[in-house]
Design a binder for this molecule. Sequence first.
Ligand SMILES: Cc1ncc(COP(=O)(O)O)c(C=O)c1O
Length: 439
Amino acid sequence: MRTGTMDINAEGHLEIGGCDTIRLAKEYGTPLYILDEEAVVQNSREYLQSLQRLPRSQVVYAGKAFLTLGMCRIVDKLGLGLDVVSGGELYTALQAEFPAERIYFHGNNKSLFELESAIQAGVGRIVVDNRYELELLSQLAIKHHTQVSVLLRVTPGVEAHTHTYIQTGQEDSKFGVGLANDAALAMLKCIKALPNIDLKGVHCHIGSQIFDISCFKIAIDLMFDFIVQAAHHGIVVDELDLGGGLGIRYTEADDPVSITKFGHLLTETVLTACQQRSLTVPKIIIEPGRSLVGEAGTTIYEVGAIKDIPGIRKYASVDGGMGDNPRVALYQAQYHAIVANKPNETADFVYTIAGKCCESGDMLIHDGKLPFLEPGDILAILSTGAYNYSMASNYNLIPRLAVVTVYKGESELLVERESYADLVRLQKIPDRLCKKSVY
Ligand SMILES: Cc1ncc(COP(=O)(O)O)c(C=O)c1O
């Protein structure tokens, strides 16, 4: 299995974006996140092209998947919008001079400070999640003598999980307002009644790492039924945001739908739904995160201790783990690895790849097929571009990794490796504990 621009070079090493990963390991150290910028560019173009038949559309990158100043620049230069979910993500986008009008601000409990920062920055859309937030927004809009453009987050009662989905009708979710009992309709009426809030449209997000894309069809139809219902009450919905969720390939067993096929399905479903209901096609917005950056990311580690428990299991420990990739411990996520210094060797052995955290559950791969491993080998774990760096922690006070972007044979840092000094930079020793005798 290979992702993005991966290749094997003349030296027999794994190469990404035209850069030799063994050289990257020497230059930047391990463990190291590598972002294949060309793969992000290609995925973005595929998304934009797949929606071309829609009269108006916008691809908005979900920054929660991976966001740094440099990533904001990539997203901007590709002409995409940016979905942020916290004051910190908003701050990062603004520091990178990302155009505020292309920012969508999400979240189920945005603070007053976050909402005010968003209004002052002039973000394009605030995705209203609940009534309390709507009240805060209305007060802030009045205070700042401004109009705030919003989408309402609706939970359509379709829940998707990788291979399956369920239609609950009554959505049990901490996000948004349900369609049941006309709750969402009541919220739309509330929004319309507020003079400083400008209702632009509605939003839904039905899940993540979705393989069975037929659930999007169901969600789209439900959302258009809702749009018709709103129209009967004189409420115009001009924008429909369908969220993110397309699945990616983590292992050889995964067979996700291509971005093109997904975009075409969305396009056809939307056009048909509008025709059937005699509606003008609204602006369609989508918010891919994982499918834009997931397969564009690879993490390289150095193999250290190898423990063979005869008849039971072979463990190969690496110099990172759940601190840089918590998804295995959190969601039993599965990954595929390549030995970057000998990618052509056949995978005749079975290893469990263990992280270095003091935690039995700190594993990166359970019983994966790999070539014979030795200390010093460089192990590349694929498809770590989404929800890895953004979910990383300093557990065990292990510094967070550096992130390097590779593009057409050149590599540059997006994030420097944390130092030990960084780990204690914000810490204090209370004066009381500086005295000689305390207790
Ligand atoms: C509102 C919203 N939009 C977009 C996304 C991105 O989803 P994905 O990374 O699966 O494409 C998420 C992910 O949780 C989300 O909650």
